[in-house]
Design a protein around this ligand. Structure first.
Ligand code: SF4
Length: 288
């Protein structure tokens, strides 16, 4: 039976002109967002501020992680015009910092890395001065795919470990904890000036010690920035919530992470990988 939600997880959804502008622009330019496809609980808040996280390479994922609301199946071929439309939308929204993620495309030879590169370059061309964060899949550990993305020079390279290694077989069976860590480590080595970022969800049945071990592993991989948020189960077909983690525990995770040397840490029940990403970037950039 589903656990009752605690009071701290109730959120009002604002609706204003900015929300409608975001929704209309996405529809007009045929763009997807992880905000909508992932059923993010912050959608109302972020759209009302004119912020969205773009989901490229379609809305169908080749993997079937048990925590994720995005549809899985056989995706369509990449749309070569998507990067141009997305860059126009970034300009239209007046974003100073754009966050771009994708479904996992194990069907593509480069995992979609070339498409990420095109999107970053299109934003650079259309919106000079706008920072870009990419939240990438693991590219099945491909160094050449990762290099393709890094060569396009995003400000932040984000790759989520999502959960503690013990839970991988239950939560993300087609992924590998060590491969994800290795990807972050490779990114750090390929461009030592690049800010790297990762995140995990809690409330899946992990212990506090396991969370701290993940933080330590990420620091060993050179990871600069961290996000930790409460896992919320998208439907009764998904992995169930094991616990609602109290905000005080999030605060203690944040302190522990900062003491380990992360340059920016966002940890609270509603934190998601891209939540207030610009603020996280500014905090991390100032620590240099
Ligand atoms: S937190 Fe990220 S994914 Fe969620 S609504 Fe905000 S921008 Fe979108």
């Amino acid at each position: 039976m589903a656990l009752p939600k605690p009071d701290w997880l109730r959120k009002r959804l604002p609706l204003n002109a900015a929300t409608m502008k975001v929704e209309a622009g996405l529809m007009e330019r045929k763009l997807h967002t992880i905000c909508q496809e992932g059923c993010c609980p912050n959608q109302g808040e972020c759209f009302a501020k004119g912020i969205a996280t773009f989901l490229i390479l379609g809305d169908i994922c080749t993997r079937n992680c048990r925590f994720c609301a995005v549809h899985h199946g056989k995706p369509l071929a990449p749309d070569p015009d998507e990067s141009g439309r997305l860059a126009l939308e970034v300009r239209e929204l007046g974003l100073r910092f754009a966050v771009v993620t994708s479904v996992t495309r194990d069907d593509l030879p480069d995992g979609g890395a070339g498409h990420f590169s095109s999107v970053i370059r299109a934003i650079r061309a259309e919106c000079p001065g706008v920072g870009v964060e990419v939240l990438i899949p693991d590219f099945q550990g491909s160094a050449s795919a990762l290099q393709t993305v890094i060569d396009a020079a995003p400000e932040v390279l984000n790759h989520n470990v999502e959960t503690v290694p013990r839970l991988y077989p239950h939560v993300r069976p087609q992924a590998s904890y060590s491969r994800s860590l290795e990807l972050l480590k490779m990114a750090r080595e390929m461009d030592p000036s690049l800010l790297t970022k990762s995140g995990l969800m809690v409330g899946l049945g992990e212990s506090a010690t396991e969370v701290e071990d993940v933080m330590a592993d990420l620091r060993k991989a050179g990871c600069d920035m961290l996000t930790i948020g409460q896992y919320l189960c998208p439907s009764d077909r998904h992995f169930p919530v094991a616990a609602y983690i109290h905000p005080e525990i999030f605060a203690s995770y944040r302190q522990t992470a900062l003491s380990m040397g992360f340059r920016s840490v966002a940890a609270s029940p509603f934190v998601r990988s891209s939540y207030m990403a610009e603020k996280g970037f500014q905090a991390a950039a100032q620590c240099r």
